[in-house]
Design a protein around this ligand. Sequence first.
Ligand code: HEC
Length: 314
Amino acid sequence: MGFREYRVGSILFGVALSTSMMITIYFPGLDISSVSSTSVALEKQLTYGKTSAFDYGDLFLHGDDKPIKVTLKKDPATGAAIDEVSAYVFKPGTSLPSGLVHKHILGAAVQALSASLGKTGQVSEEKGGVFLVRSSIKDGVETPYIEFATATRGWSVNATLAAADQKILAGSGKTMFIREGCWWCHTLLPEGTHDWQSFGRPPVLGDFNGESPTAFGSDRKAPDLLHVGSRNSSREWMTLHFFNPRLVQPHSIMPRYDYLWGPKDANGKKIDLKKWDEEFDAYREGDRIYPPEVPEPPADSEARMLIDFALNLK
Ligand code: HEC
């Protein structure tokens, strides 16, 4: 057989391979990168930070290297009363979300507004800072953008944390959601079928810009959680349910997450899980009128992070 046949064969093979690669990878990539971030995507990026899974910033998924979401009722710089607003605090060194690092992720219009009105060009990971999600009219369309409040309003990290009405550790909580495998049973993706009647608005493509990982889930054995904080905003219910789901749903198949409380409760009292179990068994047998008390999770516990994450899913 001559050399010529090999050559023709190789060229044909190369053409077929690159065409199929273009169709499966490159063209959809163009399509996806032309989608602009929605305000939901901006909020998620600023709440969850760079990534919520295995990463050099948090090798063992402890929820480190995450921003803190706060609610403010007064201006951290001047102390004047303001309408309640959510701000996102990145302590110095906290990894920035991909939308602030890779500009194309935001989409052209969102990027342009963030740079001009939001002064995001002045962001530095080393110094950290405080961010807001805002919106403005661009070319007749309401467009969300990121405001770097440290540059625009002089809100420093420390002053903002001190002025905060509420600190929400939802960024660390998403790491817990990934690490604990909640996605084996729960989805974060209501579908456009009858689903929305129980689980709320299905997301749109632009809601996911810059989120990593998306944690859609695939196998639903339990309710979708994308908007769970809107149906149930009770911190107390979440606390009982995570400690032992059978406390509030007697036939629940959901595992207990009492170990996320750590060794001590919020008052520094040792948590005795064995004693708790014995008392709960006695309650189930009818030998006690009330179930044992659920300890209050410490402010920096993994349980607190997970509860904040669930309540923040609005
Ligand atoms: C083995 C499957 C399973 C796993 C794993 C699981 N859950 Fe659940 N979850 C359920 C089931 C079933 C329900 C509905 C019954 C109930 O409320 O306990 C539920 C209910 C919930 C609810 C209330 C939903 C609503 O509509 O009010 C929340 C919030 C929740 N789970 C969060 C979590 C989180 C966070 C994790 C991971 C730490 C997790 N679940 C892990 C099965 C699971």
